[in-house]
Ligand binder design. Structure first.
Ligand code: SF4
Length: 343
């Protein structure tokens, strides 16, 4: 039996049961693939169910306010993906009467949809043989062939895409893609792959030589920039001050507490809060610190409180005053959600 037949036989008995499996609705497949590119199944399933319960069609989604979309996305990270999806949903409603385009090249041109997601939609919903290649697939294929092409090198991604494209079942491309993802997620796992029960073990090049841990090969070590972010909680009479993030950056469109960046002492922070926000305060206290790693940044987030801080009367402030009880109505980045929900 060839690679595709072995894989599809295995998938029939062992494929994961997931809420969108069996669906050929491009909207549902799109949402699921975007969510699960950035989170594990256990965490992401709740998000998928809440998102699609609230927006059951692309039209519902397109008509929503951005704040509500970001609120449902809160905690998933990569907020630009949610904003791009929202833009694309509106674009599809305006230009394609709310129906996903079927043509692969057209899908690929939609904002926020790359080769992987376009291939998933095209193969699962429209039966087109486009191989969807993500981290799971790089891992399975690089081990299966003991192929040391580095996946972060200039040609790595196209190299493995080409291999997957040659292997894909022409009759059942959607099942093939889902099977390969499932095998990577549940059997050919990053650590401790379950080679003894793997359907490909008789053909795999890495397994008999015990080389599984050597693949996939990565050439570049990820470098993260260290950043310090200071947030100020001004909580007076059950009201707090917040602001909406504008400009570029992953948290654009979300809300946050008044923020100053930089590794600053208290005196400098007090001066900066007055300069940037017109806030006067007499007692600034550090209340907690957390570290968070993003793809390219290592954040050192420091939370301060100054209960009696006030915006100077002669200053027009960009800050919003909201009741503490309404915090839930605003989308915040995850570290702020955790901080604001602390008892
Ligand atoms: S035999 Fe092991 S290394 Fe090879 S594809 Fe299967 S799980 Fe991966």
């Amino acid at each position: 039996m060839d690679f595709a037949s072995v894989l599809l036989n295995w998938y029939r008995e062992n494929g994961r049961v997931l809420p969108w499996r069996g669906s050929h609705d491009p909207y549902l497949i799109w949402v699921s693939e975007v969510i699960f590119q950035q989170t594990r199944i256990e965490q992401g399933t709740g998000y998928f169910l809440r998102f699609t319960a609230r927006f059951s069609t692309i039209v519902d989604f397109a008509e929503a306010e951005e704040d509500e979309v970001l609120k449902l996305w809160q905690g998933l990270g990569y907020y630009s993906r949610a904003r791009n999806m929202h833009y694309t949903a509106r674009h599809i409603c305006e230009n394609y009467e709310g129906k996903f385009p079927r043509d692969f090249g057209t899908i690929l041109k939609l904002k926020g949809i790359g080769d992987y997601t376009a291939s998933c939609i095209s193969s699962i919903c429209f039966g087109e043989p486009h191989a969807a290649v993500d981290g799971n697939v790089y891992r399975v294929l690089s081990r299966f062939y003991a192929d040391n092409t580095s996946i972060d090198g200039p040609t790595g991604k196209s190299h493995f895409k080409r291999i997957a494209q040659e292997l894909i079942s022409r009759e059942r491309p959607g099942d093939f893609n889902e099977a390969l993802m499932d095998l990577g997620a549940t059997v050919c796992k990053p650590r401790s792959p379950l080679c003894k029960i793997c359907p490909l073990n008789l053909l795999c090049k890495a397994y008999p030589r015990n080389l599984q841990a050597e693949f996939p090969v990565k050439a570049l070590a990820l470098k993260r920039t260290a950043m310090v972010i200071n947030y100020l909680l001004v909580n007076s009479n059950d009201q707090i001050l917040i602001q909406k993030r504008t400009g570029k950056g992953i948290w654009k469109g979300l809300y946050e507490l008044p923020m100053i960046s930089g590794d600053l002492g208290k005196l400098d922070l007090v001066a900066e809060y007055e300069e940037q926000y017109g806030l006067k305060m007499d007692n600034l206290k550090e209340v907690s610190r957390v570290k968070q790693n993003l793809t390219h940044a290592e954040l050192d987030i420091r939370f301060y409180s100054a209960p009696n801080a006030e915006v100077k009367p002669d200053r027009i402030s960009s800050l919003l005053t909201i009741p503490v009880g309404k915090i839930e109505n605003y989308p915040f980045p995850k570290p702020l959600v955790d901080f604001l929900n602390k008892p």
